[in-house]
Write a protein that binds this ligand. Structure first.
Ligand SMILES: Nc1ncnc2c1ncn2[C@@H]1O[C@H](COP(=O)(O)OP(=O)(O)OP(=O)(O)O)[C@@H](O)[C@H]1O
Length: 255
């Protein structure tokens, strides 16, 4: 679980995060949504410890970050997995080497132990027979699976995903969303995803935090977001014609 209390972050005169408080529970898929420039990336980077808050407390399973020693922070870093936008695989490394990378960095396991774990997670993300391939030799959806396998190989307690669907077709995006969601439940991970994708909101948004101009404008589940009367949220959610029609149907059904 990650608890955020009154988080503020500025860059020079620009006040970007303006007192955000929320909770991301373990075993749940949590989404951060909002318009471009609303502060989603700054928020995610703050959760990753890449930005130091100006004010406020972020606690990881009740351990406040600002009270942690350097060693505890290093330990925490190893409990975090990250799926970057565009997968960010190492081009010159094979799939197997990419997934093994965190184990080589952070553990002292033998080659056999590492390989066993790598094969386990590759199987979990439904990627078999790809060990010796280079990222350029596999599809975008497969690259995303490799990135997920790499993010979970060291058994993270926290998983952060930045726009995991960018560059994927809608069908593959849903498969990737569902994979992240299943893994989150299966291993009790606290997962936080930055997304623009309304399909993700519908499919896997167990908890959604809607940011607007650096403030938490709304939070709730995917079931609640389609019923809310919050104008900023409905403007965002129903910005596409398709979703406007879905809302119209919902209102007609309700009346
Ligand atoms: N390191 C930085 N230094 C100065 N300003 C920054 C920095 N990082 C982000 N910002 C500013 O913070 C604001 C919020 O940016 P952020 O990247 O968090 O938005 P976002 O909601 O993730 O947008 P997008 O959906 O386009 O990625 C922007 O005005 C951006 O210019």
């Amino acid at each position: 679980m990650i608890t955020v209390e009154n988080l503020h972050k500025s860059f020079d005169d620009a006040h970007i995060l303006k007192g955000i408080s929320t909770t991301f529970e373990s075993g749940k898929t949590n989404l951060i949504i909002g318009q471009s420039g609303s502060g989603k990336t700054v928020f995610l980077k703050s959760l990753l410890g890449l930005h130091t808050p100006d004010q406020g407390i972020i606690s990881y399973n009740d351990r406040p970050y600002d009270k942690m020693s350097v060693d505890e922070r290093i330990g925490l870093r190893q409990e975090m997995g990250m799926v970057f936008q565009g997968s960010a695989l190492f081009d010159s490394m094979t799939v197997e080497q990419n997934v093994m990378f965190p184990l080589r960095m952070f553990t002292s396991q033998s080659k056999e132990e590492m390989l066993e774990r790598v094969n386990f997670v590759l199987k979990r993300v439904n990627l078999v027979d790809a060990n010796k391939k280079l990222p350029a030799e596999i599809s975008g959806g497969m690259q995303k699976r490799v990135a997920i396998a790499r993010a979970i190989v060291n058994r993270p307690r926290y998983l952060f995903c930045d726009e995991p669907n960018s560059g994927l077709d809608p069908k593959t995006a849903i498969v990737i969303d569902n994979l992240i969601s299943e893994i989150t439940t299966e291993y009790g991970i606290t997962t936080v995803i930055n997304t623009h994708d309304m399909n993700s909101v519908m499919e896997i948004g167990e908890k959604i935090v809607f940011l607007r101009k650096g403030l938490k404008e709304w939070e709730g589940s995917n079931k609640e977001i389609f019923k809310t009367d919050n104008e900023a949220v409905t403007d965002f959610v129903y910005s596409s014609e398709l979703f406007k029609k879905v809302r119209q149907m919902y209102i007609e059904e309700r009346n």
